[in-house]
Design a binder for this molecule. Structure first.
Ligand code: FAD
Ligand code: NAI
Length: 465
């Protein structure tokens, strides 16, 4: 065997798995069909979207946010080409970082599309059509996900775009219609609204951000609406017609009622992603899938001994950090160690302004499971640092077991929520209680004091409320 492990795909799941396996002394190879490493996340996902979210937030602040602080500046002028250059430079430095790490860890990289011929055998087809057989004791499938198509809507990446096209629009659309009020719709809808687009979000359900705590989602929707995003909830898209002039989106209420059309320059389809296994040869190799996802056991192994799978292509949330943790655990298992992922403490963050972050169970989930719980809430309006920063929107909500006080969920909507949530993650990882958190000293004045106060609120003894 040429290698101990071959990882197919170099997204956050695959590249982290390869590095961890190399750290453990294994002879590791990766196969990647893209020109650069890093997968969806680094090339067309997490990283470029956050580069644009940050830049567009600064643009908006420069336009509206400075005057109150006594900083009078002329109205900012958008240089979209420079903003896109920032996005691309951020991507480039990150994907080059992965290439550096592969070299540092002596990982062999094969360029091309991998196809599994059976246990231990991967055929790599290069762009010029030439093929090569690579053998390894273990194979890890980390081929990620791709945009889910919406029946009846053709994505041309010009007028009707997926997240990939929405990250590189050549001009600010006058009118953007977003289909889907999930994470991508809200993040990229926010980017283009801040840069001047009029944004309407059409959502099939009667709420935004399905899966997030209902109260948090409701508050976030109010804040986004105040920022100028229009929501059409419980509404379905029945078709999108394009012409040289743009697009016309046909919608109708899910419950039935009057049809309507919305004209737009650009339509963003953000209705989810599908696991990507095209051309991977799974059927021939005897690897089973269920609703597109590769079926694995709790050691990431498929039904075929020696073939593993991790990341977006398997069950669970499609999140980069979930894939990374699975990559580490899978590598450790392959090396004979005891890799483990705690799926109860995987945080989720929406990087809008304000940010929305969550770990553990929502109030709806606890109710459905019949768990008796206590809730503690603390608003940022009562936090000194939030007042100084003028970031008083939102709140922290903590849910704890009524009998044991063990924290079961933490949900935050507020500036910096994506950083603050890790208090909850670490606490829950260690099985901590709201009493533990409420008795932990927090630096003053910080936004994080609201997390401590929410824990005290669970116990009925918040100080500043
Ligand atoms: P991927 O990153 O999809 O990588 C799979 C790789 O496998 C790709 O490089 C692909 O080219 C390669 N590949 C596929 N088939 C083959 C083959 N046969 N041979 C060789 N190579 C192959 N998640 C977060 O946690 N935080 C965020 O902020 C965030 N933002 C996002 C923003 C957007 C716009 C999008 C689209 C996604 C975002 N995500 C975010 C989700 C995140 O990108 C994914 O969860 C993550 O990339 C999954 O990692 P992965 O390793 O499983 O697969
Ligand atoms: P999503 O699953 O988050 O949201 C899709 C939304 O579209 C849902 O609200 C759904 O109800 C709605 N929808 C589905 N079909 C519809 C239809 N026909 N008409 C109207 N609405 C419809 O998916 P999204 O936003 O595309 O993101 C894909 C994945 O990428 C997610 O799983 C997410 O985890 C990941 N991601 C994560 C980010 C983060 O962690 N910050 C950022 C961006 C993406």
């Amino acid at each position: 065997m040429a290698h101990d492990v071959i990882v197919i795909g170099t997204g956050p799941g695959g590249y982290v798995c390869a590095i961890r396996a190399a750290q453990l002394g294994l002879n590791v190879a990766v196969v990647e069909k893209r020109a650069t490493y890093g997968g969806t996340c680094l090339n067309i996902g997490c990283i470029p979207s956050k580069a644009l979210l940050h830049a567009s937030e600064l643009f908006e602040e420069a336009g509206h946010g400075f005057a109150h602080f006594g900083i009078d500046v002329p109205a900012p002028v958008l240089n979209l080409a420079q903003m896109m250059k920032h996005r691309q430079e951020t991507v480039d430095s990150n994907v080059q970082g992965v290439a550096f790490l592969f070299k540092k860890n002596k990982i062999t990289a094969y360029r091309g599309t991998g196809r599994i011929l059976g246990a231990g055998k991967v055929e790599v087809t290069a762009d010029d059509g030439s093929t090569q057989l690579v053998e390894a004791k273990s194979i890890v499938i980390a081929t990620g996900s791709d945009v889910a198509q919406l029946p009846g809507v053709t994505i041309d990446e010009k007028t009707v775009v997926s997240s990939t096209g929405a990250l590189e629009l050549p001009a600010v659309p006058k009118k953007l219609v977003v289909i889907g009020a999930g994470v991508i719709g809200l993040e990229l809808g926010s980017v283009w609204r801040r840069l001047g687009a009029e944004v309407t979000v059409v959502e099939f359900l009667d709420r935004i951000l399905p899966g997030m705590d209902g109260e948090v989602a409701k508050q976030a929707q109010r804040l986004f609406a105040r920022q100028g995003i229009e929501f059409k909830l419980a509404t379905k898209v029945t078709g999108v017609e394009t012409s040289a002039a743009g697009a016309v989106v046909s919608v109708e209420p899910v419950a039935g009622g009057d049809k309507e059309t919305i004209a737009a320059d650009i339509v963003l389809v953000a209705t989810g992603r599908r696991p990507f296994t095209d051309g991977l040869g799974l059927e021939g190799a005897g690897v089973a899938t269920e609703r597109g996802r590769v079926v694995i056991d709790d050691r990431f192994q498929t039904g075929v001994p020696g073939i593993y799978a991790i990341g977006d292509v398997v069950r669970g949330p499609m999140l980069a950090h979930k894939g990374e943790d699975e990559g580490v655990a899978c590598a450790e298992i392959i090396a004979g160690e005891h890799g483990h992922v705690n799926y109860d403490t995987i945080p989720a963050v929406v990087y809008t302004y304000p940010e929305i972050a969550s770990v553990g169970r929502t109030e709806e989930e606890l109710k459905a499971a019949g768990v008796s719980y206590k809730a503690g809430k603390f608003p940022f309006t009562a936090n000194g640092r939030a007042r100084a920063n003028r970031t008083t929107e939102g709140f922290v909500k903590i849910l704890a077991d009524a009998a044991t006080d063990r924290v079961l969920g933490v949900h935050i909507v507020g500036a910096g929520a994506g950083e603050m949530i890790h208090e909850g993650v670490v606490l829950m990882e260690f099985g901590g209680s709201s009493e533990d958190l409420g008795r932990t000293c927090h630096a003053h004045p910080t936004m994080s004091e609201a997390v401590k106060e929410a824990a005290l609120a669970v116990l009925g003894r918040a100080i500043h409320m």
